[in-house]
Design a protein around this ligand. Structure first.
Ligand code: ZN
Length: 210
C-alpha cells in the first residue's frame, strides 16, 4: 500500500526512516539490555512503511511479531537546518525471535526490523498543537486494554535533541522520519488484534491485524 502524508504535509515525501533503540531505560531493562547514555540507531527501508489505518496482514512464519509504540518525528529543513515539523505515533514492528537470534550471533538485525509493513505511521500533529516536546504523553491499547504508556520526558536522549544527534552523521532532509524508541510494555501481536494509539489528547488512529 502506498503511503501518503495527510493533506497538510502534501508535497513532503517519506524518505529515510531512522530509528532509535534503547531510548527509555525501563524498556532496555525489560529486554535485558544495558542502559547506556546514548541510544543506538538503525534504519528501516521505505518498503516497511504503512499507514496506521485499516487492516494489515500480520507477518507470519518467522516467529513472534512484537509491537513497540513510538513517537515519530517528521523532519523538515530550511536554510537554518533540520527541524521537527510534526509529531506522530507509530508501531515499530519487530520479529523478536529473529532479532534475538541475530543479536546472539553478533549479526545485523535488518530482517527483524525492516520486513514489509514493519513501520506503521500515524498522521502528524503540527508543532503549534504540541505545547512542549518535553512532555508528550501517549498510550497504546491492544483490544481495548492499555499495554503501553509513554511520555517523552522519560527519553534518555530528549526528543528535541534527536535531530542534532543524527546530524552528526547525516544532513536530515524533508520527509525523513525518526522513530524515537519505545517505553516498556512491548509484547506479541496476533491475528485479530486491534491497536489504538492516542497522543497528547489526540486520537491518532487504529489498525487491525488479519
Ligand atoms: Zn523500537
Amino acid at each position: 500500500m502506498a503511503f501518503d502524508f495527510a493533506e497538510k504535509e502534501k508535497g513532503i515525501q517519506p524518505r529515510t526512516i531512522w530509528c532509535l533503540g534503547r531510548n527509555y531505560a525501563k524498556h532496555a531493562e525489560e529486554l535485558g539490555n544495558a542502559v547506556e547514555a546514548r541510544p543506538l540507531v538503525f534504519q528501516k527501508g521505505l518498503n516497511a512503511l504503512v499507514p496506521l489505518s485499516g487492516s494489515q496482514t500480520l507477518f507470519r512464519n518467522h516467529g513472534e511479531v512484537h509491537y513497540e509504540t513510538e513517537i515519530i518525528a517528521l523532519i523538515d529543513r530550511n536554510d537554518r537546518g533540520a527541524f521537527i515539523a510534526g509529531i506522530g505515533l507509530g508501531l515499530d514492528l519487530t520479529l523478536r525471535d529473529l532479532q534475538n537470534e541475530l543479536k546472539a550471533a553478533g549479526k545485523p538485525w535488518t530482517l527483524a526490523k525492516s520486513f514489509d509493513g514493519a513501520a506503521i505511521v500515524s498522521r502528524f500533529i503540527s508543532m503549534n498543537e504540541i505545547p512542549s516536546l518535553r512532555q508528550i504523553r501517549f498510550t497504546m491499547t491492544l483490544n481495548q486494554e492499555v499495554r503501553q504508556r509513554g511520555d517523552s520526558s522519560q527519553m534518555i536522549l530528549p526528543l528535541e535533541k534527536i535531530p542534532a544527534y543524527l546530524e552528526a552523521y547525516t544532513d536530515l532532509q524533508p520527509g525523513d522520519l525518526i522513530f524515537t524508541g519505545t517505553p516498556e510494555g512491548v509484547g506479541v501481536l496476533n491475528p485479530g488484534d486491534e491497536v489504538n494509539l492516542d497522543m497528547a489528547g489526540h486520537q491518532m488512529g487504529s489498525i487491525r491485524f488479519k
